[in-house]
Design a protein around this ligand. Sequence first.
Ligand code: IDP
Ligand code: MG
Length: 181
Amino acid sequence: MCSGCRPAPGRRRTVPESRPVQRRPLLDWRAVAVQRTLVLVKPDGVQRALIGEVIMRFERRGLHLVGLKLIRVERAVAERHYAEHAAKPFFAGLVDFITAAPVVAMVWEGPDAVAMVRTMMGATNPAAAAPGTIRGDHAVSIGTNVVHGSDSPERAAEELALFFEPAELVDWESSSARWLE
Ligand code: IDP
Ligand code: MG
């Protein structure tokens, strides 16, 4: 047996009282921009008790939650939020729908979060949404497709400002962050 493997008889192995805490990420890989994006669990998702299901997916993926609230969307906010669709035949119905019952508004942060959330949501039309996505697993109609997610970093910035006051967004550090980087 080697001399260093076992303490000498009558002597205890000593353990250092403290070790330096490693604060830097395990891998120093930061090629992708960290973004924030707006997610809504739409009225159909809230009514169908899918709030937890939607949150769980983003949380387990490793995205970082910085804002969360249950709200009734005011008509003026809905019209601004969906302004790009104002000329479309479904616009009035869309505004009626999003204001008909509460929504859960959230802000998720992470590398490439805008695209990541869109990929996890699935296609707008549930018939085209891949199984495994939120819409692909939980929706059958384009009008009631459970979630909204910003479609670009520019829209994300506008939508965050439309739905959240700066003071409602919480800067905090997740203890698991260094295991995700
Ligand atoms: P997105 O939610 O995937 O970003 P958008 O094209 O921005 O899709 O449309 C916004 C929302 O309007 C959709 O999520 C859907 O609920 C609704 N919508 C889009 N196209 C139609 C349509 O052709 N008929 C009815 N509702 C539609
Ligand atoms: Mg959209």
